[in-house]
Ligand binder design. Structure first.
Ligand code: C2E
Ligand code: MG
Ligand code: MG
Ligand code: MG
Length: 289
């Protein structure tokens, strides 16, 4: 009977694969209409100052509310959006939504809310990248100083000349620049000399391993002291438990982000959190769909 079981198992795996392929095909096909059909949503996740739980900023993370597949995560469609070029229209939609929300919170009288937005390489290398951002900010009357643009290391290495120029342009406009997923690229630290980065986001993989892998802990500590000496603000990504938070507290890390503080949440929920102004670490399993 082992033969038969083997066969069934094979069939099971292959149908799983077919579902994945089918989903991918459908997503690719539907993506083009997703903006017009108003299927994208912005979730927000707080970045928290570790010593006093103050909310420093919120990161905007896109979600696709698909009629058949439910809430689809960016890992499943950002690359499709890049391949098809839809990312540009999607990004513009997101930036407008973020500006709208920022204005709303401003008018409600909250402490100014800094919003961090991810941009991928395709967006960055579009013509008039900087202008396309400053135009939206002007249209919504949002002060550029409340926007943080998140770029990755690999993106700025791709074309260092253009990156240096555009990062400068962003900063001259008053926008802050963050380096996302820091420590994962095949890049060298030397570029920190050439780029004037405001914020570094240490990739979650370091915190994930600090308890079991001495090397990760050593690198994490080194990144904390390096950024301190360079006067770059550090945000550690992926804080999920108390051990990780204690480690960051012991090492006087500036800021963090992760499920222990809050998962990325929809507008109404982040509005509640912002109204309080603080975000305490609490373990929670709640996922918002
Ligand atoms: P990212 O910018 O590095 O964002 C952090 C990711 O880690 C988010 O995944 C967030 O939900 C997740 N995360 C936060 N805290 C924790 C934690 O404690 N544990 C774990 N395991 N994960 C945590 P998400 O929302 O699925 O986004 C994935 C990636 O997709 C983002 O990585 C970013 O690169 C990209 N992305 C998201 N939204 C946009 C967007 O609007 N535009 C572009 N171009 N890319 C986006
Ligand atoms: Mg990010
Ligand atoms: Mg990241
Ligand atoms: Mg990422």
């Amino acid at each position: 009977w082992s033969k038969k079981e083997g066969k069934n198992r094979y069939r099971f795996y292959s149908s799983e694969l077919n579902i994945q392929n089918y989903k991918q095909l459908q997503l690719r096909h539907d993506l083009r209409m997703a903006v017009k059909r108003d299927q994208f949503m912005v979730f927000y996740q707080p970045m928290v100052r570790i010593k006093n739980n103050q909310i420093l900023a919120v990161e905007a993370l896109i979600r696709w509310n698909h009629p058949d597949w439910g809430m689809v995560s960016p890992d499943e469609f950002i690359y499709l959006a890049e391949e098809t070029g839809v990312i540009v229209e999607m990004g513009k939609w997101l930036l407008k939504k973020v500006c709208e929300d920022q204005r709303y919170w401003m008018l409600k009288g909250y402490e100014p809310v800094y919003i961090s937005v991810n941009f991928s390489s395709i967006q960055f290398y579009e013509r008039d990248f900087v202008k396309s951002i400053t135009d939206v900010l002007a249209e919504y009357e949002v002060d550029p100083k409340y926007l943080i643009v998140e770029l990755t290391e690999s993106l700025i290495i791709e074309n260092a000349h253009k990156a240096i120029a555009d990062i400068e342009k962003l900063q001259r406009a008053g926008i802050k620049v963050a380096l996302d997923d820091f420590g994962t690229g095949y890049s060298s630290l030397s570029y920190l000399q050439h780029f004037n980065i405001d914020i570094i986001k240490m990739d979650a993989s370091f915190l994930k391993n600090i308890m079991t892998d001495q090397t990760s802990a050593i690198i994490a500590r080194a990144i904390i002291s390096l950024t301190k000496e360079l006067r770059i603000k550090l945000v550690c990504e992926g804080i999920e438990n108390w051990e990780q938070l204690s480690f960051l507290r012991e090492n006087n890390c500036f800021a963090g982000q992760g499920y222990l503080y809050s998962r990325p949440v929809p507008f109404l929920k982040i509005d509640e959190i912002l109204e309080k102004g603080k975000c305490r670490p609490v373990f929670s399993n709640t996922t918002f769909k």
